[in-house]
Design a protein around this ligand. Sequence first.
Ligand code: ZN
Length: 490
Amino acid sequence: MTAAYLALMAFQRETEALAQIAGRLGWDQETVMPRGAAAQRSEEMAAIEGVLHARRTDGRVGDWLAAAEGRTEVEAAQLRLIRRSFDRATKVPAALAQELARVTSMAQGIWAEARAQDDVAAFLPTLAQVVTLRREEAACLAQGGDLYDALIDDYEPGESGASLAAMFDRMRPRLVALRAAVLGASHQPKALTGRFAEAGQLAVARELATAFGYDWTRGRLDLAVHPFSSGAGNDARITTRVSETDPFNCFYSTIHEVGHACYELGIDQAYLLTPLGNGVSMGVHESQSRIYENQLGRSAAFTGWLHGKMVAAFGDFGIAQDAFYGAVNRAQTGYIRTEADEVHYNLHVMLRFDLERALIRGDLAVGDLEAAWNDRFLADFGVAVDKPSNGMLQDVHWSVGLFGYFPTYTLGNVYAGCLHAALRAAVPDLDQQLAQGDTSAATGWLRNHLQTHGGLYAPREVVERACGFAPHEGPLLDYLEAKFRGIYRL
Ligand code: ZN
């Protein structure tokens, strides 16, 4: 290790610690903060963001980077990630970064109000402002390249709009066909009905988190309006929500967030409070949450075990064990992405990807967005959008400027499909274990082959190393078709 490397890493460690503190302020705000503290909290968060921005653009970081040498694979990777963050932070003029922060924080409130009133016109001027500012920012980052690619790079380094579009275009016809076959099937699984008390749901949610190996000494579960996970290193917390008529929402949100948290907790302790000590990308993160939630949690074997836990918590709830797998996986046309089943979910994402890519590249005007959304929804889902809150106003992402984020959801599902295929080959008796509520072989395999590496390898590379083949959409589509043809007896 060179002196410049050591000095840089000492400085970086403090930046990473401050970033964890900023994240914990956000966790607190969404869980236990008293309502009257909101204005003070936004000032606290702005203050710590200012400190972080100053550290990330500190001239000494540039000097250390110029002088430092990475003498091992790990050191080289640490330098690569710090350089990436430094280049990005210094390419965007401070005035533009501040204006983006100001407009997006205001836009979120305007979007929430417009959604509540189903009033697209009230949101469009603000959305146009956000798109303009993000395009300006992208132009600073892209330096002549594709604007949308520059934004994707924030969430999924190494991916491009063109390669994702090509993959999504291969996936879409098979998903549209599967959707039509499933909805038209003469056999339809029975739906869960009834009321399930909050205390019972939270008790089962805790059992599920434990079954998936969540380390309660380094995490905790709280309630929040929108479930999320937060933190890294040795403090990765999760939240869930409870609807008395829909316990699956609580259970599968919990498993999903456990997947995210276990990724962070599973990273090599040697990387603690360094750039390598975080999940490598949003897509790889989502691969962990989705494989825990879907390929493992919604499998026939595991749902058999969950059925027993539900009977123990709630008594006979009207669905026998042999019909329970169908009830858990029931597919239904719906307007809302976050409530979508495995058949519909990626179609929601692809719609957003195509529209936001066109917006950022200047091929679609903000004023034409609603019509474009509604046309595409009708084509892919077979029903017309009934109101904007069920259409283009449903997600927070665009109001806060998160363009380039949506495709990572489907990329995560694709990666989960690949990892699942490799996992099944590595653990042949996986179903016998899942039927006992034992996920340790599966989660241990994911930890050892993927999670432990943190940011050491590029996103696509870490998945390829774990799987032993270059990731592609085939395993996910094969899995979905086999699973849903089975459930719907097609
Ligand atoms: Zn997620």
